[in-house]
Design a protein around this ligand. Structure first.
Ligand code: ATP
Length: 240
């Protein structure tokens, strides 16, 4: 297992009643690395992120952030340990302003101590949010709301950030803008675990990728190698 500050999980099993969603999944993300998990609808992508975040129980397996075991910790303790999730659908508070949403992310004692510093970092990574800081979140575009959701997760001062299908509902143009901002986030030294159905655009910005099918990792490689692999092109990139 990893001996640095990265995220690693080994042989994670998740089942909903009799229905297995993850059948022994092992994944690693190093600090400063952008890793994508590709998979079709129902492959188990959300189940993996939710298990890592402590939102669904795992029946088996080990999850570590650096040396700290995450298995069986409640979700807020996992955030405090340094693992943050931007859930599918964003989950921001529509009636609050951009800045109120961001500040809500800094709820742990450790994050509160760094609140101003992290707010400045979020605004430097997402300059669009500076001019919108007092805007009510629900009046913003989908892409801007996604930036608020990512910014709010960053306010918890994570070591690793997980994102569940952030491109959902965004145009290809907004998706590439959002993905470029993820590169900037990665360049600050955060590790990113990105779950996506948008294989082409996510592989273009990722360092590494895993292929998840039917609850199992069926392949992993450098993102450039996956993009160039004919089998991956056929299965995930529309054959092109
Ligand atoms: P999507 O892209 O559609 O969100 P996914 O790859 O994220 O798919 P999961 O949502 O993790 O996949 O689902 C994996 C499997 O587990 C699917 O067969 C799904 O129907 C099932 N599943 C997910 N959540 C539950 C639940 N709460 N109860 C029962 N089955 C579930």
């Amino acid at each position: 297992m990893s001996d640095d500050q990265g995220l690693s999980c080994r042989d994670v099993v998740v089942a909903y009643g009799q229905h297995p969603a993850l059948r022994g999944v092992s994944v690693q993300v190093a600090p400063g690395e952008l890793v994508v998990i590709l998979g079709a609808n129902g492959a188990g992508k959300s189940s993996l992120l939710n298990a890592l975040a402590g939102l669904v129980p795992s029946q088996q397996g080990e999850m570590l952030l650096g040396q700290q075991p995450l298995t069986d910790l409640p979700p807020h303790r996992i955030v405090e340990a340094g693992l943050a999730l931007v859930p599918e659908g964003r989950g921001i508070f529509g009636d609050l302003s951009v800045e109120e949403n961001l500040r809500l992310g800094a709820y742990s004692e450790r994050a509160r101590k760094q609140e101003q510093q992290n707010l400045a970092l979020v605004y430097s990574l997402f300059p669009k949010l500076v001019e919108r800081r007092r805007q009510i979140a629900r009046t913003m575009s989908g892409g801007e709301q996604q930036m608020v959701a990512i910014g709010r997760a960053m306010m918890s001062a994570p070591a690793i950030l997980m994102l569940d299908e952030p491109s959902l509902g965004l145009s290809p143009l907004l998706t590439s803008e959002l993905f470029r901002s993820l590169r900037r986030v990665r360049d600050t030294g955060l590790g990113i675990l990105l779950v996506e159905q948008n294989a082409r655009q996510s592989l273009a910005i990722a360092d590494r990728g895993y292929l998840l099918e039917n609850g199992e990792i069926i392949g992993s490689d450098q993102a450039a190698a996956l993009l160039a692999d004919p089998a991956v092109q056929h299965a995930y990139l529309g054959g092109a």
